[in-house]
Design a protein around this ligand. Structure first.
Ligand SMILES: [Zn+2]
Ligand SMILES: [Zn+2]
Length: 259
């Protein structure tokens, strides 16, 4: 599989995944023009995309859908409980398919949708596999549990949210109290510490390659998240570069992963 994050964070989220026969996007949270431009860097056209999998209806995940799916007739997949929230935000009719809490097949990809705790009717993390290769994409989640993380065990590649440093967020004068509470809450976003703890568990269960994702531009930075998380892991004997690899996703496409 070939995997490339096109953009990550509250400015827009989209991840491209390609298998032998199938090309999909997880979320479409940039303008159609930007998505097309970034796909072109990979030699992929908008018409090549077989499906868009939606995590949830926040605009940083769906704002390109109307134009992109309208232009290319792309099928949109969303969990049954997220259908109306999504439908209510879209301006045009699209070919939307709903799924339930069961694995389904898209071409040669197997898609396992997992509910994650976020302040919407339904937010979905995805475990996507082709044969024995597996990529997991989990952002916009307030906390993790072992029950949730078990689904990600033995992934070849994990995109996991490292949204904020709680101290920076708490002291950020631009954020009203209600928003701070929302982000820090059980259904908000994953902090650097929570991300580090989750990576620790995943690293002990077959995962070796991680991409820190959905970083707040206000309350985090790629260097801060990377240093904080790799330090915590190192203090538990898990060394980046030796036992695991950690990259950071930003608002620009960076690495192409072959798994
Ligand atoms: Zn988001
Ligand atoms: Zn969200």
């Amino acid at each position: 599989m070939k995997v490339c994050n096109l953009s990550s964070g509250s400015d827009g989220n989209a991840t491209y995944i390609e298998s032998t026969t199938t090309k999909i996007l997880v979320d479409c949270g940039l303008s159609c023009k930007e998505i097309e431009k970034r796909l072109a860097l990979l030699g992929v056209g908008g018409a090549d995309i077989d499906a868009i999998l939606v995590t949830h209806e926040h605009s940083d995940h769906i704002k390109g859908i109307d134009v992109f799916a309208g232009k290319f007739g792309t099928k949109v997949f969303v969990h049954r409980d997220g259908f109306y929230p999504l439908f209510n935000k879209l301006k045009k009719d699209h070919d939307i398919e709903v799924f339930i809490d069961e694995a389904f097949v898209l071409g040669d990809l197997k898609i396992l949708p997992i509910e994650v705790p976020h302040d919407v009717e339904r937010c979905t993390g995805y475990v996507i596999s082709e044969d024995k290769k597996k990529v997991s994409i989990f952002t916009d989640l307030g906390h993790t549990t072992t029950e949730l993380l078990q689904n990600l065990y033995n992934s070849n590649l994990v995109f996991l949210e490292a949204n904020h440093d709680p101290d920076i967020l708490a002291q950020n004068p631009k954020y009203p109290i209600y928003l701070k509470k929302r982000i820090l809450g059980n259904n908000g976003h994953l902090s650097n510490l929570a991300c580090a703890n989750a990576i620790m568990e995943l690293a002990q269960n077959g995962c070796k390659q991680f991409v820190l994702s959905h970083l707040s531009t206000e309350n985090n930075s790629p260097d801060l998240a990377y240093d904080f998380i790799t330090d915590i892991l190192a203090s538990s004997g898990i060394v980046e570069g030796t036992h695991i690899r950690i990259d950071v996703a930003t608002t620009r496409p960076k690495n192409v992963f072959w798994i």
